[in-house]
Design a protein around this ligand. Structure first.
Ligand SMILES: Nc1ncnc2c1ncn2[C@@H]1O[C@H](COP(=O)(O)OP(=O)(O)OP(=O)(O)O)[C@@H](O)[C@H]1O
Ligand SMILES: [Mg+2]
Length: 532
């Protein structure tokens, strides 16, 4: 079936030329007038390629793309030659590729085709990533799938080795036959041989029946030998024999058994090092290392984090039936800076926990678990710009903690402003006066005439703007519940600290996040004033 392309007409000339070239190349094309009606067109035409001819800096575009991007859609953006940093723009919008104008129409077609192929491969394999390291992996998988040669996959834990092995199988002519994964490290040495090759009845104590091994079960298909470096030397010899002769003996068996099995092996520590340390036989190493794939750790391809995060949020929000739009830029930045020792698996698990636990809507920095933020601290360089001496770990921890707290406070402030859009209006920044309104709210107005149509800015109650009060006693009265006492204590602490939540939390001896949670719980969050 012909590939379908949807072309926006932001740049009419480029759109018309690309449309003609894509049609001539066999695409079924549709042009849409503006970004606002392309959502409906996307649903109607279900294209393989979306070509954005302009308007890439339109404020609403990122959100629209976020909502519509499906796993199969390739998005190609055309940017102006004056546009600074097209790569960063592409990353922010989750584009599959960008080309700088003026660009010949046939180049748009060729690039579009490549992106579609890549997307198809990604959606068939589930391997996401635009980083060159991952593109190389995908290209190799495409090349290695049709043949039956042994493949060695190396990469740290959680980088997607099993995903890649399964992809090779699924794209190979063996796909209708079994894919059998064996974790060589998880099976005791004494049992591994019989697991792999099977055993004859009575071949050892407990072998009451003849049993087929994984190699026999995988006949015609693929066997995935995970953590091959952990295999005992005696078993290594037998695996080597299968690789060379395509035959083996069941434990206790006398007749050789022939199988047609493709072997994919994986290891999360470099196999060469294991060979050099004498743990892996050199002949096995060289026999396994015919075709090899290396999966880069996530910290070496951080530019893929936004894309992975977006996709995981989409998938997991759907899976858990929790409405999530995405993640704030601040939260995304935190994730981009984290060290990710557990790689993509850790990232996916984290997103799952946040989708389940965070208040629905958008994931914010405060929703990111403390251990991830703490791990960032350990990851920071110990030289602070502008400070000539080395900073001690403790000082650094303090600095970073303070910055993170500041970030949380800004985030909270922003959220409060977001929640009352109709009450806030930006006015010109002349001389300003601050006055307190009837309800205790702060009114920031403009002295000496307000610009046409402008209203004074009304900001919701901010404790900071209220005079400090002497600490008040929290009185217990008969009938009060623990929660009432706690609520009263929080109100008193906030009043005493003029609404400074950090200080209030400190004086109450609880964490700031706990305080935030309690404010929410007792609905003190958006109340006019805790003094009432
Ligand atoms: N490039 C990727 N795109 C999408 N998901 C990925 C990617 N890489 C890994 N994952 C996901 O991360 C998780 C871990 O992947 P996988 O089990 O393949 O890692 P692994 O390298 O075999 O890890 P280990 O060495 O611990 O066995 C899986 O949920 C997988 O789907
Ligand atoms: Mg694995």
């Amino acid at each position: 079936m012909a590939d379908r392309a949807l072309i926006t007409m932001e740049d009419l000339e480029a759109a018309v030329r690309a449309n003609a070239a894509l049609e001539a190349a066999g695409f079924r094309t549709t042009m849409v007038s503006a970004l606002d009606d392309f959502r409906a067109s996307l649903r109607r035409t279900d294209p393989d390629l979306l070509l954005l001819t302009g308007g890439l800096r339109e404020p609403g575009l990122a959100r629209t793309l976020l909502e519509i991007v499906g796993p199969r859609l390739a998005i190609l953006g055309l940017v102006e030659s004056t546009d600074a940093d097209p790569a960063a723009l592409a990353q922010r919008l989750g584009l599959s590729g960008v080309l700088v104008k003026p660009v010949p129409a046939d180049e748009v077609v060729a690039h579009g085709r490549r992106l579609i192929e890549r997307k198809k491969l990604q959606s068939r394999t589930g391997i996401l990533g635009e980083h060159p390291g991952i593109q190389e992996v995908l290209a190799k998988i495409g090349q290695m799938a049709p043949v039956s040669s042994t493949v060695l996959i190396q990469g740290e834990s959680g980088t997607g080795k099993e995903l890649a092995a399964k992809a090779i199988h699924d794209l190979s002519p063996r796909r209708a036959k079994p894919f059998i994964a064996v974790n060589c490290a998880a099976i005791p040495e004494t049992l591994l041989e019989s697991e792999l090759f099977g055993h004859e009845k009575g071949s050892f104590t407990g072998a009451a029946e003849r049993r087929l091994g994984m190699f026999e079960l995988a006949d015609g298909g693929t066997i995935f030998l995970d953590e091959i470096g952990e295999m005992a030397p005696a078993t290594q010899v037998k695996v080597l024999r299968v690789l060379e002769e395509r035959e083996f003996f069941r434990v206790g068996g006398a007749a050789p058994i022939k199988v047609d099995v493709r072997v994919i092996a994986a290891t999360n520590r470099p196999l060469k090092a294991a060979m050099e340390a004498g743990q892996v036989r050199p002949d096995l190493y060289y026999r396994l290392n015919v075709l090899s794939i290396y999966l880069p750790p996530l910290r070496e391809r951080r530019s893929d984090i936004p894309l992975l995060v977006r996709r995981f949020i989409q998938d997991l929000a759907k899976q858990h039936d929790r409405p999530f739009r995405g993640m704030t830029a601040e939260a995304m930045q935190l994730l981009m800076d984290a060290p990710w020792p557990g790689n993509v698996r850790q990232l996916r698990n984290l997103i799952e926990s946040m989708v389940v636990l965070a208040p629905a809507g958008e994931i914010r920095p405060a929703d990111i678990p403390r251990e991830i933020r703490d791990s960032m601290m350990r990851n920071l360089p110990v030289l602070v710009p502008g400070v000539t001496r080395e900073v001690s770990g403790q000082e650094l921890q303090y600095i970073v903690q303070t910055l993170l707290d500041l970030r949380l406070q800004i985030e909270d402030l922003r959220r409060r402003l977001d929640e009352m859009p109709q009450r806030v209006e930006v006015i010109d920044m002349g001389r300003r006066a601050v006055a307190t309104g009837d309800g205790g709210e702060v009114i920031v107005g403009h002295v000496g005439g307000v610009g046409a149509g402008a209203r004074p800015v009304e900001v919701a109650p901010m404790y900071e703007a209220q005079p400090a009060r002497a600490p008040e006693a929290v009185v217990y009265e008969a009938g009060m519940k623990m929660a009432d006492v706690e609520k009263a204590a929080i109100v008193a602490a906030l009043n005493a600290t003029r609404g400074n939540r950090r200080k209030a939390a400190e004086s109450l001896g609880i964490g700031e996040r706990t305080l935030y949670r309690k404010l929410k719980e007792y609905q003190l969050d958006g109340e006019p004033s805790p003094r009432t």
